[in-house]
Design a protein around this ligand. Structure first.
Ligand code: NOJ
Ligand code: CA
Length: 680
C-alpha cells in the first residue's frame, strides 16, 4: 500500500451494527437524497428507489432461478439486516481523476424461505450520493454448485421517461447507432441504459465488477418493467458457479441533471482494488498507426501490393511518431492469417509469424532507438480457441520486444465466438457470456505477466474492471470512428454528444479520434466524418481514454498543421475532470486538468444544432492569469459543406471570466488553458 492509500485507509470510517428487523428495510445515501427500500411482497423479494422524495424505480422484483436447485423467488421473507458506512479516498494509477472518494452507506439483508435453509440469499446494497449498487450473495458449501438459468431483477421505470439506448442480442454486439425513444418503445437494450424522467432526474442502469458471470441486457416486459436477461452459455445455462459466490453489482446512477451522470465514480467504487501490484509499467499516452489506411481501402491487412504492414511503412510511421511526440505506433496486419475473408478465418491467424515483408525485430529495434513503442495487435476474428492456444507465446514475444500495449479484436457476430470445450469440441459463446467474460480477464492476466497493457476491441461492456486490473487500459464497445470510413450511414451527427452520457458512463473508450481529412472518399460519398474539424479535436477531451489514437494518415496531419498542433499536445491522463454543461444527445462541455500540471483542457461537442454557450471559468485558480488557446468552429462552419472552417485564436482569461463558446451544426470546440507565470 502506498503512503497516500495508507493514510486514507486510516481515515476510513467503518461502523457495523445490527438492529431490530422491520418489515421493510430502507437505506439512504450519505446526503440523504437517494433511498432504497427492500421488502417481501407475498413471498417475493422486492425493492424500490426514491430520489429527493420521488419514486424513480418503482416496486421491482428480485430473485434467482436455477436448473437443479429450488428458485429464490417465492415464499421468501426478510430475516436479517446489518448496516455499515464507509468514507475513504483512493488513488487511481491513471484515470479521469487521480483521487476518488468512496462514501457510502451499506445495508446487508438476508432473504430466506421459512423452514428451508437451502433457499436463502443475502443482498448487499451500497448507497452513494451519485447512485447505488446491489448484488446477490450466496453462501454455499465448497462442493455445492449452482446453474443459474435466470435472474429476476427488474427495474420498474415510468414508460414516459425518455431513454437513450442501443439494441441488445443483435449481431453487431454493441456497435449500434443510439436510439432515443420513450421507455415504452424499448425492446432489448444494452447497458449503460440512460433515462431522463419527466422531472429532469437522470438515471443510468448498468452493472459493476462483471467477473465470472454473464453480462445482462434489459428486456422490457409490460408497462416499463425492464427485466435482466443473462447471456446463456452453449448449454443454455447463463452461469455456472461452485461454492459461495456473489453476482456483479446491479447499478443505478442517479443525478438531477445529465452532467451528474458523467462525473459519477459509482462503477469504479464498486470494483475491487488493484490486484496487479506495481503497475508503473502501464502507461497512458497517444499513438498513431497503420490502421485508417485499411479502413478507407487504400491499404490491406492481408498480403499483396497494397499490404499496409510493411517494414518500410512502419519505420516511416515510427519516425513520424518520434518527430511529433507520439508514444506508439499500432501495426495491424503484420501477422499471417489475414488473406482471404479474415472475418471468417479466425482459426488460421498466427500471432507470432510475420508476413515476409514485415521484420518484427527490426521494427522493434528501430522504435527503441527512436523512443517510440510498437503497439501490438491480436485480431482473433472471434476464435477464442485459436487465440487461447497461442496467447502465452504471443504475449511473450511482444514482451521480449518491449511492446507495452496490445490491441485485441473479436470481430465475430454476437453469439458466434468459438472456443474448444474439454473434449476439443467447438462451442459458441456470446461476447457478454460467462466464458468470454472470463476469457477477457485471462488475457489481462497473461498480458500482465509480460508487463503489457490491453486495449480490447469488440469487448464485453466495461464494468469498471480497470480498477482491479489497471492494465485494462481501454476498449471499444460502441460505434467508433471506423464507421465513418466505411459504414452507410456513418456515425450520426449527434453520436458523440450521446456517447458522453451513455457508453462513456461505463469507462474509457478507444474511439480513435483525430480524423482531419473528413471526406476520404470525396464530398459525394455517404461514408464520411459527420463533424467539423474542431469537433475532432474536442473529442480528445470529451471522450475519456488513457490512450488515444491520432487516427488519420501522417500526410493528412502534415496538410492540417493547425489542427495537428492540438492533437499533438493534448494529454490523456488527468488530475481531475469536470462536466460543465450538457444534455444527453444535444451537447457536452467537459474540462480536465492535466495530471501533475496546472494546465486545463476544455472540450465541447454539439449535435446538428449550432449553439452559443456561456461557460464560466470558475474552476481556474483564483488570482492567476491563464493563456487560453482555442480551436473553434467559424461562424459559417457546417459539418456538411464547410467542416474545415475553424478559428484558432488566443487571449488571456482568469477565474470569474466566462467563455463565449460557439459551435456550428455538427461542431465542437477545443481549448487549452495554461497558467501564465509572472517572472519576479
Ligand atoms: C475492428 C476494430 O474495431 C478495428 O479497429 C480493427 O482495425 C479491425 N477490427 C481489424 O482488427
Ligand atoms: Ca469494432
Amino acid at each position: 500500500m502506498n503512503k497516500i492509500a495508507g493514510a486514507v485507509y486510516l481515515l476510513a470510517l467503518l461502523i457495523t451494527y445490527a438492529e431490530p428487523l422491520a418489515a421493510r428495510e430502507t437505506v439512504s445515501s450519505p446526503d440523504g437524497r437517494l433511498k432504497l427500500s427492500l421488502w417481501s411482497e407475498r413471498g417475493t423479494p422486492h425493492y424500490r428507489v426514491e430520489f429527493r422524495g420521488r419514486e424513480v424505480v418503482g416496486d421491482s422484483p428480485l430473485g434467482l432461478v436455477f436448473r437443479d436447485a429450488p428458485a429464490l423467488d417465492t415464499g421468501m421473507g426478510l430475516v436479517s439486516a446489518e448496516r455499515r458506512s464507509r468514507d475513504v479516498e483512493w488513488e487511481q494509477p491513471w484515470g479521469e481523476r487521480r483521487l476518488v472518494r468512496d462514501h457510502h452507506n451499506e445495508l446487508l439483508v438476508s432473504f430466506a424461505a421459512a423452514g428451508d435453509d437451502s433457499r436463502a440469499f443475502d443482498l448487499r446494497v451500497r448507497m452513494f450520493d451519485d447512485g447505488l449498487g446491489f448484488r446477490y450473495e450466496l453462501p454455499l458449501e465448497e462442493t455445492e454448485s449452482r446453474a443459474i438459468t435466470r435472474e429476476l431483477t427488474g427495474f420498474q421505470l415510468d414508460t414516459r421517461g425518455l431513454a437513450w439506448w442501443i439494441p441488445a442480442a443483435e449481431w453487431n454486439r454493441y456497435e449500434y447507432t443510439y436510439q432515443n425513444t420513450p421507455v415504452a418503445a424499448v425492446g432489448r437494450a444494452h447497458t449503460p441504459f440512460t433515462v431522463r424522467l419527466a422531472d429532469g432526474t437522470h438515471l443510468a442502469i448498468h452493472e459493476a465488477a462483471l467477473v465470472d458471470y454473464s453480462g445482462f441486457y434489459l428486456q422490457q416486459g409490460r408497462w416499463g418493467m425492464l427485466h435482466t436477461h443473462l447471456a446463456p452459455g452453449p448449454d443454455g445455462i447463463a452461469v455456472h458457479r461452485q461454492g459461495s459466490f456473489h453476482t456483479p453489482w446491479r447499478t443505478i446512477q442517479v443525478a438531477d441533471k445529465a452532467t451528474g451522470l458523467v462525473v459519477s465514480d459509482l462503477i469504479l467504487n464498486l470494483n475491487e482494488p488493484n490486484k496487479l501490484g506495481d503497475v508503473s509499467w502501464v502507461e497512458p499516452g497517444k499513438y498513431i498507426g497503420i490502421w485508417w489506411g485499411m479502413h478507407i481501402g487504400q491499404l490491406t491487412w492481408g498480403s499483396g501490393p497494397r499490404h499496409g504492414a510493411t517494414t518500410k511503412r512502419t519505420l516511416a510511421y515510427m519516425d513520424f511518431a518520434a518527430e511529433h511526440g507520439f508514444d506508439g505506433v499500432l501495426v495491424e496486419g503484420w501477422n499471417t492469417g489475414w488473406d482471404g475473408n479474415w472475418l471468417a478465418n479466425g482459426a488460421v491467424f498466427s500471432f507470432t509469424e510475420a508476413y515476409a515483408d514485415f521484420d518484427l525485430e527490426a521494427v522493434a529495434k528501430h522504435g527503441a532507438r527512436r523512443g517510440v513503442k510498437l503497439v501490438g495487435h491480436h485480431e482473433t476474428s472471434g476464435h477464442l480457441g485459436n487465440y487461447e492456444a497461442q496467447m502465452e507465446d504471443a504475449f511473450a514475444l511482444y514482451g521480449r520486444l518491449g511492446v507495452a500495449q496490445v490491441k485485441t479484436g473479436y470481430v465475430a457476430d454476437a453469439g458466434e465466438l468459438l472456443r474448444f470445450d474439454e473434449k476439443g469440441v467447438v462451442r459458441r459463446e456470446w461476447h457478454y457470456g460467462q466464458y468470454a467474460v472470463n476469457h477477457f480477464v485471462r488475457v489481462l492476466e497473461t498480458a500482465a505477466k509480460h508487463r503489457i497493457a490491453v486495449n480490447t476491441h469488440e469487448p464485453v461492456k466495461d464494468t469498471g474492471l480497470r480498477r482491479t486490473y489497471p492494465n485494462w487500459l481501454t476498449r471499444e464497445g460502441a460505434r467508433g470512428q471506423e464507421y465513418n470510413a466505411w459504414a452507410t450511414p456513418p456515425n450520426a451527427v449527434d453520436h458523440m454528444a450521446t456517447l458522453v452520457f451513455t457508453r462513456m458512463l461505463a469507462g474509457p473508450m478507444d474511439f480513435t479520434p483525430g480524423i482531419v481529412d473528413l471526406m476520404p472518399h470525396g464530398p459525394k460519398a455517404e461514408s464520411r466524418v459527420a463533424t467539423t474539424l474542431a469537433r475532432q479535436l474536442a473529442a480528445y477531451v470529451v471522450l475519456y481514454s488513457p490512450v488515444h489514437m491520432a487516427a488519420d494518415l501522417p500526410a493528412n496531419y502534415e496538410a492540417r498543421p493547425r489542427a495537428f498542433e492540438f492533437i499533438k499536445q493534448v494529454p490523456t491522463d488527468w488530475e481531475q475532470s469536470l462536466a460543465l454543461a450538457g444534455q444527453v444527445g444535444d451537447f457536452a462541455v467537459l474540462a480536465r486538468q492535466e495530471r501533475g500540471s496546472r494546465r486545463w483542457y476544455l472540450g465541447a461537442v454539439s449535435d446538428d444544432v449550432s449553439r452559443r454557450l456561456d461557460v464560466p471559468l470558475d474552476f481556474l485558480e483564483r488570482g492567476r492569469e491563464y493563456r487560453l488557446q482555442w480551436w473553434g468552429d467559424a461562424e459559417d462552419a457546417h459539418w456538411r459543406d464547410k467542416p474545415y472552417a475553424m478559428i484558432v485564436s488566443e487571449r488571456v482569461v482568469r477565474q470569474g471570466d466566462a467563455l463565449q463558446l460557439f459551435m456550428a451544426p455538427g461542431g465542437g470546440y477545443a481549448a487549452v488553458l495554461t497558467p501564465i507565470t509572472t517572472t519576479p
